[in-house]
Design a protein around this ligand. Structure first.
Ligand code: V55
Ligand code: FE
Length: 491
C-alpha cells in the first residue's frame, strides 16, 4: 500500500505527520513559572511508511520520541523516530514489512524473527536512563539529550523476559522500579515476569508466574507492601493469529481477576481475587494499603475501550456508548476468600496522572482526562479514535472534583505533573491541546498548555504555540533538569 487509509486511525489527530524536527524558542503566550525547568518527553506513534493493510490501527505506528525542553519562558521542541530493529529494516526497504498489530504471521517473510516492537507507548526515566517502551517487547534506550536511539534494553543481559510493560511503577522514596512483562517467553504464553530494578537501574529480581488466561496486562500497581496484577478478559489466541486474525478479542462473558502478592515476596504467595465479567481497564491512578486493606483506583469501563478489540470478540458497541467510572476496588488481605468491594469515586475517564511522590501511598489528589458534556462532539484521533476534551482534578479522599474543559471541538492529551519545591504551591500540569483550524478534522493547531495543578478550572496560565498540528501522543513523562543532568548518556 502506498497511501494511508482514511479510517479513524489516520485522520484527525491521528493524521500521519512523519516529520523529525527541531524547533528552537517556541512562541509563548503568558509566563511559564521559572520552577518549570526540565523536559516533557512524549511517546508519539507516527507511521514512517504507509501500512501493509487497509485496516491498520494507530497502536501499530512507529514510535517517535518527542521532547519539550523548558527553561522558564524558553521552550524548544524536538521529535525523532525511535530506531528500533523494525524501523531500520523498513527504512532500508523503503516500505512497510511488518503487517498487522502484534501478528507476526502477517509479516513479509524477509523479516521473520526480527524484533517487532515499536517502542511507541511511554517514555520511562529510571536509573539515569530514558527508555521508550511498548508492552510487546523490551524497552529501547534513547539518549535524552540528542534523542538518538541506543538500543534494546536488557539490563546488561540479565533480563530474561522478552517483554517489558509500558507502565512500570517507581517508588519515589526507594527509587526502585517495579515492572512486569506478559507473554514473557513468546506469543500467547501465559508467563508473566515480575521484576524489580534498584535506584541505580540494576535488575535485582525477576520471577515468573502464570496468569489465569492470556490477557493484555497493560498496567499494574504497587503499594508499600504489595504488587497488584489486574487481569481483564481481553484475550489472545495463537490459532487466530496464525489465521491472520487479531491479537486481542474482548470476551464480555469472562470474569476478571486480580492477583496480589507482597511486593518483595515470592510469586508463589500470589492471592487471586475474582471480579465482574466483561469489564476492562487500561490504567490505574494508584494503589495504597493500610496493612490489611488494599485500595486500587481503576479507570474502569464496562467493556473494552478499543473498538478493534471489541469487534474481534463480537462485542457490538458504539464508542460513545462505552460506560464506566473511576472506581475504587478494595481488597481485605486479612480475610480469606476471593471477593472484593467496589465503589464509584468519580466520572468516567482515563489517562490518569499522579504526583511521583505519591506512588503506592495514600494520595490527596490526582488528575485524569474525561469528556465535558458541554464540549460538543469529540475531536477525532488519539489511541481510541476520539479525543478527551477535559482534565479532571479529583481528591479521592472526599470526592471533590474540579475540571478544565478545552474549547469546543478541541482535544487534550495526558498531562504531565511538575512539582514545586514550595509546600504552599501545588505544582503545575503540562498538556498538549489540539484546536480545530477550519472544518477539516486533520487541520488543527497544537499547543502546550501550562496549568496550576490545584486550580485547573482557571485554565492555562501559559500557552506554547507550535503553529502546526502534531500527531497524538499516548503517554508522556516529566524529567526535572536536576535528573537530566545526572543522565548516563551525555549530550
Ligand atoms: C495501549 C497502547 C498501545 C498498545 C496497547 O493505550 C495498549 C493503550 C500505543 O500502543 O500497544
Ligand atoms: Fe497506557
Amino acid at each position: 500500500m502506498g497511501a494511508f487509509p482514511k479510517s479513524i486511525h489516520f485522520i484527525g489527530t491521528n493524521t500521519p505527520r512523519r516529520v523529525e524536527m527541531s524547533v528552537r524558542n517556541l512562541e509563548v503566550e503568558g509566563e511559564i513559572p521559572a520552577e518549570i525547568d526540565g523536559a516533557f518527553f512524549r511517546a508519539v506513534p507516527d507511521n514512517a511508511n504507509a501500512p501493509m493493510f487497509e485496516d491498520d490501527i494507530a497502536l501499530n505506528a512507529d514510535g517517535m520520541v518527542a521532547r519539550f525542553n523548558i527553561t522558564g519562558n524558553q521552550v524548544d521542541y524536538d521529535i525523532k523516530y525511535v530506531e528500533t530493529e523494525r524501523y531500520l529494516a523498513e527504512k532500508e526497504a523503503r516500505r512497510a514489512l511488518f503487517g498487522q498489530y502484534r501478528n507476526p504471521f502477517t509479516d513479509d517473510p524477509s523479516v521473520k524473527g526480527k524484533d517487532r516492537t515499536l517502542a511507541n507507548t511511554t517514555p520511562v526515566w529510571h536509573g539515569g536512563r530514558l527508555f521508550m517502551t511498548k508492552e510487546d517487547g523490551r524497552g529501547y534506550e534513547v539518549n535524552p539529550h540528542t534523542l538518538e536511539t541506543i538500543g534494546a534494553w536488557d539490563y546488561f543481559g540479565a533480563l530474561k523476559s522478552e517483554t517489558f510493560t509500558a507502565h512500570p511503577r517507581i517508588d519515589d522514596e526507594t527509587g526502585e522500579m517495579f515492572f512486569f512483562g506478559y507473554e514473557a517467553d513468546g506469543l500467547c504464553s501465559l508467563e508473566v515476569a515480575y521484576g524489580i530494578a534498584d535506584k541505580d537501574g540494576k535488575l535485582t529480581s525477576e520471577q515468573w508466574f502464570k496468569q489465569p488466561y492470556c490477557s493484555t496486562i497493560h498496567d499494574f500497581c504497587i503499594t508499600e507492601k504489595y504488587a497488584i496484577f489486574p487481569i481483564y478478559p481481553t484475550t489472545a489466541d495463537i490459532d487466530r493469529l496464525k489465521e491472520g486474525g487479531a491479537h486481542w478479542a474482548h470476551q464480555q462473558d469472562l470474569e476478571c481477576w486480580v492477583g496480589i502478592m507482597p511486593r518483595y515476596g515470592k510469586v508463589e504467595e500470589m492471592r487471586w481475587f475474582k471480579g465482574p465479567k466483561g469489564v476492562s481497564a487500561f490504567h490505574f491512578i494508584n494503589a495504597f494499603d493500610d496493612g490489611e486493606l488494599v485500595h486500587m483506583d481503576v479507570c474502569l469501563s464496562d467493556t473494552n475501550a478499543f473498538q478493534f478489540m471489541r469487534e474481534a470478540g463480537g462485542v457490538e458497541r458504539h464508542q460513545m456508548d462505552v460506560k464506566g467510572a473511576l472506581t475504587r476496588w478494595t481488597f481485605d488481605m486479612s480475610k480469606p476468600g476471593d471477593s472484593f468491594e467496589s465503589r464509584d469515586l468519580g466520572p468516567p475517564g482515563d489517562l490518569p496522572r499522579l504526583p511521583d511522590a505519591d506512588q503506592g501511598r495514600p494520595y490527596r489528589r490526582a488528575w485524569y482526562l474525561s469528556m465535558n458534556p458541554e464540549g460538543g462532539p469529540p475531536m477525532p484521533g488519539g489511541p481510541v479514535g476520539a479525543n478527551f476534551n477535559a482534565i479532571i482534578r479529583i481528591e479521592p479522599g472526599n470526592g471533590r472534583i474540579s475540571m478544565m474543559g478545552v474549547p469546543p471541538g478541541a482535544g487534550v492529551s495526558e498531562p504531565a505533573f511538575v512539582p514545586s519545591a514550595d509546600p504552599e504551591n501545588g505544582g503545575w500540569l503540562l498538556s498538549v491541546v489540539d484546536q480545530p483550524n477550519g472544518p477539516d478534522p486533520s487541520n488543527y493547531l497544537s499547543e502546550l498548555w501550562v496549568m496550576e495543578a490545584d486550580n485547573v478550572e482557571k485554565g492555562p496560565i501559559a500557552k506554547v504555540k507550535l503553529n502546526m498540528p502534531l500527531r497524538s501522543q499516548v503517554h508522556g513523562t516529566w524529567v526535572a533538569r536536576a535528573k537530566l543532568d545526572t543522565s548516563v548518556q551525555k549530550a
